[in-house]
Structures are given as C-alpha cells and as structure tokens.
Design a protein around this ligand. Structure first.
Ligand code: AMP
Length: 190
C-alpha cells in the first residue's frame, strides 16, 4: 500500500502507543498521537492550555473544538506525502464523522483500522504497572477506571462504525508485545 493511511484503535494500556510507533516505523508513515499533541498543548501557559490540562488530568475527552484543529492540518499534509498512522484520534463517533468530512474531500481517508482487543481485567493490571514507572497524572486507579469507562462509552462504538464500513481488523492484544506486533503486521499485509 503506497502512503498507507491507518488508524490504530485500542483502550488505555492496550499497548497502543508502542505498537503505533512500530507500525509507523515499518510503514514509513507519520505517527499522529492525539494524546501527545494534547499533553504538549496542555503544557502551554495559556488559558486554552489550562483548560485542556483539566480534561486530560480527569481522564475525560478533550472537547472536539480544541483537538480537531490541532490534528487536522498535520493529518491532511501527511496524507499527501508519506501517509499516516492515527493513534488516539478519533475517539468517538462524532470525531470519526468529523475526520471523514475533513479527509474525504482530500482523498485522505482512513484505509485500514486496527483494533487492539484486550480484556478489561488485563488493562487495569497493566495500567497499575505503568503508573509505577511513568507517573502520569492520569494513571491513578480511580482515573484509570474512569478512562476505561470513557473508552467503553465513547470509543468502543467505533469498532462497529468501522466494521460496518469494511475497514476493521480485530487484533488479539493479549500476550507479549512482539507477538502482538506480528499479528498486526500480518493484518497489514493482508
Ligand atoms: P492517550 O495518550 O491517547 O491515552 O490520551 C491521554 C488523554 O488525552 C485522554 O485521556 C484524553 O483526556 C485526551 N485525548 C487523547 N486523544 C483524545 C481525543 N481524540 N479526543 C479527546 N481527548 C483525547
């Protein structure tokens, strides 16, 4: 696939960030991680930065009017050059609709969606491990539980949304990172 346009969907602590970096490197595409973009924006000493930080710290979705403009230009530019891998965006059906409105006119739409499927009990265990190492403000146990709930309510409907459009590839996200990467690469070659 020349200049592939990919989306990686997965719950918090599914290994999405690590797998996204590996996919981007293998396919030579631009890795666009909305969480990283928002953490940078939240660090700005501005009123907008402080508003964004409040949502991220609570584990709530940042409202579309902040995020969509931050992601949009970089995405359309990447689509016309090396291709992209979206990681963390879209995270709701509303964002997926906005994404298709932005990209369809530019023939820049997503071609494949990879969904990392991991059981909730496993996710919580991984999140607790990660919090001991990374000390992210949104990695305390109550916030993690909230983020899982937000994922179930807002993001999981995207699995059906992209399945209905024939784009979804479901990946078993359990087991070693390298084994999961192999499953992803197999799905990409299909
Ligand atoms: P992540 O690094 O992908 O786990 O994202 C960390 C946090 O950034 C999330 O808990 C949200 O607060 C925010 N965030 C990331 N992506 C989005 C998005 N697409 N829409 C709204 N908020 C987002």
């Amino acid at each position: 696939m020349a200049s592939p346009r990919l989306l990686l969907l997965g719950p918090p602590a599914s290994g999405k960030g690590t797998q996204a970096r590996r996919i981007a490197e293998r396919c030579g595409v631009r890795h666009i991680a909305s969480g990283d973009i928002l953490r940078d924006a939240a660090a700005a000493p501005t009123a907008e930065g402080r508003r964004i930080a409040q949502y991220v710290e609570r584990g709530d979705l940042v409202p579309d009017e902040f995020l969509v403009p931050l992601v949009c230009d970089v995405l359309v530019e990447a689509a016309s050059t090396q291709g992209y891998l979206l990681d963390g965006f879209p995270r709701s059906v509303s964002q997926a609709v906005q994404l298709s409105l932005i990209t369809d006119s530019a023939s820049a739409g997503v071609q494949k969606v990879l969904y990392l499927d991991v059981a909730e009990s496993e996710l919580l265990a991984r999140m607790l491990q990660r919090s001991a190492v990374e000390h992210r403000v949104d990695d305390t146990e109550p916030i993690m539980r909230h983020r899982l709930q937000v994922f179930a309510d807002e993001t999981l409907p995207l699995v059906d949304y992209y399945d209905a459009r024939g784009l979804l590839h479901r990946i078993d996200g359990h087991g070693e990172l390298d084994a999961v990467t192999e499953r992803i690469f197999t799905a990409l070659d299909r």
